[in-house]
Design a protein. Sequence first.
Length: 273
Amino acid sequence: MTSDIFIEKAFAGKPLDHCLVIDAHGHIGCEDASFPFVNPSLDRIVASMDRMGIDLFCVSSLMSIYGDAGRGNREVEEAVAEYPGRFFGYMCADIGYPERIIPEMERSLAGGVRGVKVWSRGARPGLGYDHPNYQPVFEFAHAHSLPVLAHTWGGELDELKPSIERFGNINWMLAHTASADKPKYIQFAREYGNVYLELALSSCLRGLVEELVSAGLVDKTIWGSDATFIGASQQIGRVLFAQIPPDDKEKILGLNARRALRLPVAPRKNSVS
C-alpha cells in the first residue's frame, strides 16, 4: 500500500489533526460499573481526545443506561454545556416507566441533547426493542430527526426491524457491528438507507473493517470506541491500520458520522469541508 498518513501519525504518536474525527459511541460517569475506571472526569476525557485528535465524543451517561435517565441526561447536558463542540449528547429514557418517557425527552432536547441511546438489555432486561414502551421513544426521535444509537448484539436486529422500516426520519446506528450474526448487519446496512454500522467491539474481529468496505459499505460504517468501557486509542487502531485507502479511513473516522448525526458543520477542524 502507498503512503498512508493515518499509519504514519499512529507510529509517530501524533494526533489526527488533518481530518475530522468523531467517536460516535461513548459514555461518561461511572455509575454502577462492574469494574473501576481510571479518572473518567471530563477534563481527562478531553485531554485524551486531544492526544488522539478526536474532535467530537458522542456520549450517553452510564447513570442513564443503568436506570436513572433523569440524572444521567442532566450529566450529559452539563458535559455538552461545559465543553461546547467537544461532546455530542445522547439522551436515554426509563423504558420501564412509560409515563416518564416523553417529558424527560422533551426536557433533555431543550437542554441541548441531540441524539438518543437505547439499550434493551440494560436497566430493564426483558423489554426488547419491539416492546410497546419503545414506540414513544422512536416516535419522538422520528418527529425531531434525532439519530438513534442502538446497542445490538445480533439478536436485537429483528426486534428493531419494524421500527427501522416505520421511522424513516431516524438515522439508525447499530452498535457493536458483527458482535453476532455478521451477515445480518451487512444485510441491514445494504437494505436500509438510514442504517449505519458502528464498530465498537472489544473482540476486535480481524479484517472486519476491510470486509465492510469490500461489501460496499464504506459510506455506512462509523467508528466508535465505547470509551470509557474500552480505550479509544485501542479501538481507533482498528481503522488506522486497516488495509483500506486513506480516503476510506477519513469517511469511517468522521465524515460518515457527521452525516448520520446530521451535524450542520464540522465540529472543530476548519480544514474539513
